[in-house]
Design a protein around this ligand. Structure first.
Ligand code: C2E
Ligand code: MG
Ligand code: MG
Ligand code: MG
Length: 282
């Protein structure tokens, strides 16, 4: 009897499983093609020095211009890219495109901007990561002093000596390292002491409740003083309101990013926004 139902289960299970596998393979093929054929896009979100109001940099954020489904946000395909291993070519494409864009802006006569690039833990933990970064920098001619790599705490879990060495090698290349989504991961604070991280990005989930939520305010204040004592800079993410900006400013947080200033913009929109901004300040 068990055998009988087992066979039935098998019979009913198989088509569904086959379908799921087929869909996965399809998505994988589609994403692979998108990476190769140029259907990925980078949008750039300005980063502001809130004390002076000036733009000092931007964060590159990937999108997929899907032929049928339109412009897809990273949440819709980055996790899949990580599961399938496609994050490695995708991540290299992102880094290269961000470097090329920095060079294009430089050639167009824009004042130099820091460009921050998100690096998945899976990318970062590969043995050839530092070599890949060095190669992309060389091939594009980007200024490493103005390229920032954003990693998350998951990249730091059980930091091996090799991993620590690769941090030092990236810094030796001239790059800046930033810790993204600070406070949302699992790792211990001791990595702040051991690793050459220049910036902490306070996660949007903490900025959200400012200034009234006492927990968010406590976490934000603690992060700011911890960073100050460790000689690190802080960038507040997801700043949406004047009240949040004011609260952060008063506590010495200068660098900010959020819808209050601008959403992530396509290259052309970014250029227009940048000019308007410069004109307003001048
Ligand atoms: P993240 O690196 O923490 O990027 C910040 C996210 O917050 C962006 O979402 C941005 O649009 C959003 N954001 C910024 N300001 C505000 C605000 O004021 N309010 C709200 N509600 N949201 C704000 P996005 O572009 O959808 O990216 C989501 C996540 O996808 C990123 O979080 C990052 O973890 C990942 N991601 C994006 N691009 C890449 C990439 O090239 N490689 C990798 N590995 N991951 C990426
Ligand atoms: Mg980021
Ligand atoms: Mg973040
Ligand atoms: Mg994130």
């Amino acid at each position: 009897e068990a055998k009988e139902s087992g066979r039935n289960a098998y019979r009913f299970f198989l088509p569904e499983m086959t379908q799921r596998v087929t869909r996965r393979l399809q998505t994988e093929a589609e994403l692979r093609k998108a990476i190769e054929s140029g259907d990925l896009r980078l949008h750039y979100q300005p980063q502001i020095d809130a004390a002076s109001g000036r733009v000092y940099g931007c964060e590159a954020l990937v999108r997929w211009q899907h032929p049928e489904r339109g412009l897809l946000p990273p949440d819709r395909f980055v996790p899949f890219a990580e599961q399938s291993g496609l994050i490695v070519p995708l991540g290299e494409w992102v880094l290269r495109e961000a470097c090329l864009q920095q060079v294009r802006w430089r050639d167009a006569g824009l004042p130099p901007l820091d460009v921050a690039v998100n690096i998945s833990a899976l990318q970062f933990r590969r043995r050839d990561f530092v070599a890949t970064v060095a190669r992309v920098l060389g091939e594009t001619g980007a200024d490493p002093a103005r390229i920032e790599l954003e990693i998350t705490e998951s990249a730091l879990m059980d930091a091996t000596p090799e991993l620590v060495a690769s941090f030092d090698q990236l810094v030796a290349l001239g790059l800046t390292l930033a810790l993204d989504d600070f406070g949302t991961g699992y790792s211990s604070l001791s990595y702040l002491k051991r690793l050459p991280l220049r910036r902490l990005k306070i996660d949007r989930s903490f900025v959200d409740g400012l200034p009234d939520n006492p927990e968010d305010a406590a976490i934000t204040s603690a992060t700011l003083s911890l960073a100050r004592d460790l000689g690190m800079e802080v960038v507040a993410e997801g700043v949406e309101t004047e009240d949040q900006r004011g609260y952060l400013c008063k506590r010495g947080c200068r660098a900010m990013q959020g819808y209050l200033f601008s959403r992530p913009l396509g290259v052309e929109e970014f250029g227009t926004w940048f000019e308007e901004q410069a004109a307003a300040i001048a």
